[in-house]
Design a protein around this ligand. Sequence first.
Ligand code: ATP
Ligand code: CA
Ligand code: CA
Length: 371
Amino acid sequence: DSNTGAVSYKKIPASGLMEALQIGIGHSIGSIAPKATRDILMKDFSELEIVHFPALGTSTTPAHRCKDFIFKTYAPRAFKKFRKEFSIEADDFLVSLCTHRLKELSNPGASGSLFFLSHDDNFIIKTITRKEAIFLQKLLPGYYLNLTQNKKTTLPCFYGSFLYESMGKTIRICIMNNILPSNIKYHEKYDLKGSMYKRQASNKERMKSSPTLKDLDFLEEHPGGLILQPDLYDDLKRTLERDIRVLESFRIMDYSLLLGIHNISVNKQETLKSRKPNLETRPYSDQEIGYDQDYAKQVLDRIGSKRLKDNWKQDDSIPHGGTLAVNERGEKCLIFLGIIDILQSYRYYLYDRFMSHFLRLTIINYYENGE
Ligand code: ATP
Ligand code: CA
Ligand code: CA
């Protein structure tokens, strides 16, 4: 509702949705965590777990303040395996996502997806379309192959994919890594596609305190690019080539390389200023429902988590993943990067007659606009 400033998605207020998602995710992760692991089988990629969450609760689900809802977990075993590959412990995952309110990112793309950030900044929840959710499921075996063969992959780390259904509305989400943790200040941020066509940030974007710029802006700022040490460059180039080969094999289009640049030299001169968060987050008002930590604590208790004792504090250490680079002025920088937005495939569009018609129209439009 634009008058009150409250954010909603498919007319479901974001705050209530968040609470239901946290309950659903908590239950899902908590119930798969203690199960014995075995090798992943092909059928695990298409598994779907469905749980009903009536507001009054059941013997296995908690009572809650949301409307009755259904929560589905896509490929629970496969995602558990992915989390293990990414060294994400179940209890850390739960503490990050389910014990504190999520932050809402006011920085989403043009698609209208909502983005939530875990309180400690480690995880991003993105709402995805039905098509994207179906595509993610089809992608999983290929994604897993890449994960095991290309350890340094820059593709998004997918930690889970879920569906929430309530009052006739369906919302699908995926959980992934945050490429730009906000305890680092980004002096520049780019969403790069390797194309020049309309790849310039809007004036509205530029007005933001931490805008996400595009290809043409990057070329203007860094006509000679950024300079990496030869071995780092070779490594990164090889990894990106391998990742892109996987994306191409799935006819994935419209993905971007998200790049955050922390300028160490400039930062030294800025030490007087206080650190600003890199992404704009909206604080909650008092009227909005607060998330009750009790349920998350119960789940942690059930899986025998040591995290229950104390450790609710967030770790303030500088995250790993930054790569040293130098810009044209010889200033030392740390760069953070990863590929994002990979769930749109051309192949699956073409299967759909309406969409293929639409695609032709946009291509014609594209050519008529002089490209
Ligand atoms: P569109 O399809 O219009 O491009 P979208 O809704 O699919 O938009 P994305 O392109 O996935 O959104 O992301 C939009 C912006 O959100 C990115 O440019 C980036 O600033 C931020 N973002 C997305 N994913 C991540 C991530 N994993 N880590 C950090 N920031 C992210
Ligand atoms: Ca995008
Ligand atoms: Ca997109």
